[in-house]
Design a protein around this ligand. Structure first.
Ligand SMILES: *Cc1c(COP(=O)(O)O)cnc(C)c1O
Length: 468
């Protein structure tokens, strides 16, 4: 009977009570310990059978309670996840979020922010836009450029290329082509380096367009002359050229300036994929390598890679944001109140609608520490990569596959087969010394150090070389 006197929403999951206070304290206490820990082990995956044995069944009709659930996470699930911000995590592209950025990620969740529209999230959108403008300025883009933080580089590249094709269709339509303008030959094409990231091919599949891969020079850099031949061959069916500013495998920056110069003779959208490497444009050590980025029609950079933000954030910036908006705005009766205004709604600039204000952890950290701290932290990895490359070259039986340009160092151990690299890599992780995976180039096996953490040291890397 007394139930009728309780508020309609009274449900123990949503009320503030002793139980909820205890749950929140538990979670914040764990988070505090994890963020402030400087010796979280590297950890490693377990088998599904092992996890089933250790974690057991956690979803039940009555609930197992926060203490038990958190304990399963802390002692079973988390140790079965590799610590991606560990200084000896050197595979793929690691992450190295600042303490401020990670801590603020909790605030973003706690505040129930909606990052999709100005109407709902003006304050959050304002701060995210300040970061995007700051980045645009660093990249030499005009003050009128703008964009949005999306989940990752894959979605950033896709959204940019969708805008590029939409732009090309518009140009065709304006020249008098029919309703659904198609290019000569019927297929749209995107030109990129044969060493471009796999997400470009993925975007092309989603968009049902063709990729024209252009083989870069032996040093891995794509240059204007190589692109010119492709543009001459494929003509007006090319809607975009993608330049990679820091390839994932090698950290090689294409010659963006010479590619951009082709705009004088050809009509195309220049997209710069800088998911990993464009961060290095912030450092005076490497800034010059990125000449030409200022001519891009769109760029992406992942703050979760080398700009010290937690997963998952990709900054997508358009030179002409209106092109992004035209391509992406969703129209629906229930959304009219949002889309009929001129306010800046992040949802309008990529293939998404509901979004977390995922640029805010980066904003808070950048506001807290200032740009100079970022330049310095990025510079640390660049210098370290150069130092360890010299060390590798000087060692008997070791050789660099290519000279590093940014912070990826690819090298071979003489005489090693793929099986040797595999066994060595597994042993390193098993012994919790480092996470360094095998890779390959041109059919030859190798391995690589991808360095983004300012806590990675020369001595740690030398110790890894000593195990080979
Ligand atoms: C990592 C990467 C991507 C993909 O980014 P995700 O955030 O993993 O989706 C795209 N391009 C380049 C050059 C990258 O290094």
């Amino acid at each position: 009977m007394n139930a009728r006197h309780e508020p309609a929403s009274a449900n123990r999951m949503h009320t503030v009570s002793g139980e909820t206070e205890q749950i929140v304290d538990l979670v914040l206490d764990y988070s505090r310990r994890r963020i402030l820990s400087d010796d979280t082990p590297l950890d490693k995956p377990s088998t599904e059978a092992e996890l089933t044995r250790l974690a057991g069944r956690t979803i039940t009709e009555r609930g197992i309670g926060a203490t038990k659930a958190l304990s399963v996470f802390e002692h079973v699930l988390a140790p079965a996840c590799i610590t991606t911000d560990h200084p000896q995590y050197l595979s793929f592209i690691p992450t190295a979020p600042t303490k401020a950025a990670t801590a603020f990620d909790l605030v973003v969740s706690a505040s129930a922010l909606y990052g999709g529209s100005w109407l709902e999230g003006a304050g959050a959108v304002y701060a995210e836009n300040e970061v995007l403008s700051w980045l645009a300025h660093e990249f030499g883009l005009p003050a009128t450029s703008g964009g949005v933080f999306v989940q990752g580089g894959t979605l950033g590249n896709l959204s940019a290329l969708v805008a590029a094709r939409d732009h090309a269709r518009h140009v065709l339509a304006e020249s008098g082509a029919p309703d659904a303008p198609t290019p000569p030959g019927g297929r749209w094409k995107v030109v990129c380096s044969a060493e471009a990231h796999s997400s470009i091919a993925s975007a092309a599949r989603v968009m049902d367009v063709d990729v024209v891969p252009v083989k870069p020079a032996d040093d891995g850099m794509l240059r204007g002359d190589d692109v010119r031949a492709a543009l001459a061959e494929h003509g007006a069916s090319v809607f975009a050229v993608v330049a990679t500013a820091g390839s994932t495998n090698f950290g090689i920056v294409d010659d963006v300036a010479s590619i951009a110069a082709l705009k004088e003779d050809f009509d195309f959208w220049l997209h710069v994929d800088g998911a990993y490497g464009l961060a290095a444009m912030l450092s005076p050590l490497t800034r010059a390598r990125f000449a030409g980025v200022e001519h891009a029609d769109s760029v992406i950079v992942d703050p979760h890679k080398w700009l010290f933000a937690p997963f998952d954030a990709c900054a997508l910036i358009y030179r002409d944001p209106e092109a992004g908006r035209r391509a992406h705005t969703q129209h629906a009766e229930y959304l009219d109140t949002l889309t009929e205004t001129s306010e800046w709604s992040p949802s309008d600039y990529a293939a998404h609608l509901t979004r977390r204000a995922r640029g805010l952890p980066f904003w808070f950290s950048l506001a807290t520490y200032g740009g100079a701290a970022y330049r310095e932290a990025i510079g640390h990895s660049i210098t370290l990569a150069a130092d360890i490359a010299r060390e590798i070259e000087s060692r008997e039986g070791f050789s660099l596959v290519r000279d590093p340009q940014l912070s990826v160092v690819v090298f071979e151990r003489e005489g090693w087969t793929k099986a040797d690299y595999n066994a060595w890599s597994a042993r390193l992780l098993d012994e919790q010394r480092a996470f360094v995976t095998p890779s390959s180039h041109g059919g030859r096996p190798n391995t690589r150090f991808a360095i983004v953490s300012p806590n990675t040291t020369f001595e740690q890397l030398v110790a890894i070389l000593d195990t080979m």
